[in-house]
Design a protein around this ligand. Structure first.
Ligand code: R5P
Length: 311
């Protein structure tokens, strides 16, 4: 087995390698003066089972193209199998034509990864689980829920209501509620534009309850902040937020620092920003979960049983 890292999140790859107790594969990733990337593997990989870990987070195009080049590089080096490990899959939200004359970029990106030569994909919270079907190769789909619920379980909330900050996330929120033993409430939001969201209505009772809001992505934080304001106005005692992918683009940090939220917890699928630490955002690592999934893929063991075995 060989594990390589793109430049998007080498800290996460390092932790995965520590979990697996193997050295990270050696390679040189460079940029020509004109901006083109060049990758050179410095380990012999012929016949090896290779994993390349690369989140396609910001700068999205740079990280995506680097992943494609990496896959091509491995393929041409005669490896036995290539698994693209994509902790955060950018463009996942562009997964349908919800209005006329728009692309389905998530499908385009899946096509590019497959065409480059990936044999499998290992991803975490693809925004909508049906995105697995965008790839014509096997996809193992993990969820940040495993690490987030473990963290929140330790808080032993006795009066918990899990709130889905939008209708699309309802199924995930229902799973959190069942894992953590709480009620369920749903906020109906209206997206005014890419960064402005308005919580319009809430189904369920949050008065005098501890609220845990869970989402797959915090991007501009419009969704969680407007939902947090609404649950507070409806009498919630405390508000916790758990999200897998901390995209945290402008003006997320400003919004989060001003929102009535007691604790924000994300994972390290995307490199953690120091500014986020300064406003108290907590980060949990998905490295052990990814490492264990990689070990099982390599040994042809079940991944679905992983969901029961991670404590
Ligand atoms: C939406 O469908 C997603 O699950 C997230 O709620 C959304 O992408 C978060 O975006 P933002 O933080 O910009 O409101």
């Amino acid at each position: 087995m060989k594990i390589f890292s793109g430049t998007a999140n080498p800290a996460l790859t390092k932790k995965v390698c520590e979990y697996l107790e193997i050295e990270m594969g050696r390679c040189n990733i460079d940029v020509f003066a004109d901006g083109e990337k060049i990758i050179k593997l410095e380990d012999d990989v012929r016949g090896k089972d290779c994993f390349v870990i690369q989140s396609t987070c910001k700068p999205v195009e740079v990280n995506l193209v680097e992943l494609l080049i990496f896959i091509d590089c491995l393929r041409r080096a005669s490896v036995q199998r290539i698994t693209a490990v994509i902790p955060y899959f950018g463009y996942a939200r562009q997964d349908r034509k919800d209005e006329g004359r728009v692309p389905i970029t998530a499908k385009l990106v899946a096509n590019l990864i497959t065409t480059a030569g990936a044999n499998r994909v290992l991803a975490i919270d693809l925004h909508a689980p049906q995105l697995q079907g965008f790839f014509d190769i096997p996809v193992d789909h993990l969820t940040g829920e495993l690490v987030l619920t473990k963290y929140f379980k330790e808080k032993k909330f006795e009066d918990l209501t899990v709130v889905s900050p939008d209708v699309g996330n309802m199924k995930i929120a229902a799973r959190y509620a069942s894992d953590l033993g709480g009620d369920l409430a749903i906020v109906h939001k209206r997206r005014i534009n890419g960064s402005v969201v308005e919580a319009q209505q809430i189904i369920g009772d949050v008065k005098n309850r501890t609220v845990l809001m869970c989402d797959d992505i915090i991007a501009t934080a419009g969704t969680v902040c407007s939902a947090a304001k609404m649950v507070k106005e409806r009498g919630a005692k405390a508000v916790y937020v758990g999200a897998t992918h901390g995209v945290l683009c402008e003006p997320a940090l400003e919004r989060l620092s001003q929102a009535p939220i007691d604790e924000i917890v994300i994972t390290d699928t995307i490199p953690f920003k120091d500014e986020a630490r300064k406003i108290g955002v907590k980060v949990l690592s998905v490295a052990d979960m990814l490492g264990e999934a990689i070990r099982r893929i390599h040994n042809n063991e079940s991944i679905s049983s992983l969901f029961n075995s991670i404590e």
